[in-house]
Design a protein around this ligand. Sequence first.
Ligand SMILES: [Zn+2]
Ligand SMILES: [Zn+2]
Length: 116
Amino acid sequence: MKDADDPPPHPEEFATGHATCELGETHDGDHAEFLWFTEKSFAATWLRWSDADTHTIVTLPCCTALTTTGDGCGLYADHPSDHSWAVTDPTREALRADLMAHPERFGLPPDYFNPS
Ligand SMILES: [Zn+2]
Ligand SMILES: [Zn+2]
């Protein structure tokens, strides 16, 4: 069983060093960033924070919504935003593009995403 001290399975998810909300630009309630899936049950661990800057790490059941092609929503059950496939966030997209183009800026090997 994983706990909060276990390393993340996908370190690139954390390489930016910035918590970026996955719920989009406007939504009610806390902001949230996916951390990792739990090994048992259909759930994942999330970092959540409020505009008052209080942070919590919580494990939540996954959203069960599917697209018409069967892709799952990447968020937790009862999230206050659109499903993940409908969420766009310019800040998150800019960070991701910079990470993909310049992984060395984030402490990763330069060929991290394109190993030769
Ligand atoms: Zn947010
Ligand atoms: Zn959803």
